[in-house]
Write a protein that binds this ligand. Sequence first.
Ligand code: 3PG
Ligand code: CO
Length: 555
Amino acid sequence: GFSWKLADHPKLPKGKTIAVVVLDGWGEAKPDQYNCIHIAETPAMDSLKNGAPEKWRLVRAHGTAVGLPTEDDMGNSEVGHNALGAGRIYAQGAKLVDLALASGKIYEGEGFKYISQSFESNTLHLIGLLSDGGVHSRLDQLQLLLEGASKRGAKRICVHILTDGRDVLDGSSVGFVETLENDLAKLREKGVDARVASGGGRMYVTMDRYENDWDVVKRGWDAQVLGEAPHKFTSALEAVKKLRQEPKANDQYLPPFVIVDEQGKAVGPIVDGDAVVTFNFRADRMVMIAKALEYEDFDKFDRVRYPKIRYAGMLQYDGELKLPSHYLVSPPEIERTSGEYLVHNGVRTFACSETVKFGHVTFFWNGNRSGYFNPEMEEYVEIPSDSGITFNVKPKMKALEIAEKTRDAILSCKFDQVRVNLPNGDMVGHTGDIEATIVACKAADDAVKMILDAIEQVGGIYVVTADHGNAEDMVKRNKSGQPLLDKGGNIQILTSHTLQPVPIAIGGPGLAPGVRFRNDIPDGGLANVAATVINLHGFEAPSDYEPTLIEVVDN
Ligand code: 3PG
Ligand code: CO
């Protein structure tokens, strides 16, 4: 039968303190002026790269290597940390939704049947991120869902849009709204009363994560459910165009707006009897709104009115909380993660990041599962993030605090694994502010240095890697790699992630002599890291894990 017990590694010892450091948004790319990692002073990361060649390599962090539909899909933190923690490649939400839509299975499931009970006499509301970024949602999936629901009886549909500019170029919201409006107009010709009902920028409205700032979710609630917002328009296209004209406005942070009729009345508040679908497949930024929509008891903000609705997520966002209880597509069943194995094999674990990435090294790492496997064996520390600012204002973020906590955890000798996410390259990279991103990269590098120094002191081992690219390329390029210019001749800033590979380095005084990267896994990706780390803890990895990146040669 099944056993959690891992076999002893034939050559590698147990009991070493291992630091697993994930630099968020830290890819490898050609050195040029848009490569903030290259421009920043990063002596710690440089010394790893320029050290022993058999202890530094690149791994794949995008596309099919992390379970995404195609090689054109950039990596992201969800799929990256899932792969790092689970040691296997799972077809991810983006892919699972594609399959369910293509086969029509999405309409046969319990979730769709549940919401469709509202179609006859009530409104179907669709809330989510409007872009083709493929990180949290995809426009083509929304289009198929609109069509599919209309064909299956939805008579009135309200779309509550969240503009992107973070996984796609800033300014692209206008085009996405145009496309959506065209689709909705076609549905209206077919007799479906379909329209946009509200909107707002994803970072300011609805899509907060890890409870960093409930006001974000409240702004969305007011617009989507109550039909109240500071800005009122009769057309979504006009709303987005006008709001973008405000100084410093951008897609990520557009203020909330509602669409009103000629009498000034909101066209689509959510009321008793309605159906609601949050159409993002990715979990982290949907958990909070899902709680507001689903929980009878809720005290994070005053909902004013709590309509009796039929609510389903595109996916179930939290397997442990079973949230939401209804969903259109079953999430990947990520089980037997490395964290769970290690806890069962006596490895005491410490995990740390600041709020905006805390769930990445806990929830995502553990297969989209919240909480501890065994609180006696694990300690997860969350450093509160700044809220209400864009991170280019404070690009060092909490890197120093994370590093100090991690250092203390290492020096305490209470843990066998300390796992940390350093958010700077990613969170500041997403702002598109090149100067700030350079400062961010240096801050992350300083943190790496502090952690490696502590590992040195205790005779431990380090594994330093990243979850996907971001800060190493801040400009949109054409196919041959040249920066693309807009109509005005300006470069187009890339706020999103990239398709680049990421580095992984191993070392430290505790690393057994003869350990080196194998050279027979040239296509190795993030999913190969879990077996690698399990080996360094002195165990063989489970046989169905992606192969380890290391070998031990006798010398
Ligand atoms: C976000 O949610 O901030 C971006 O869409 C993706 O960033 P992450 O994958 O690095 O969290
Ligand atoms: Co990111």
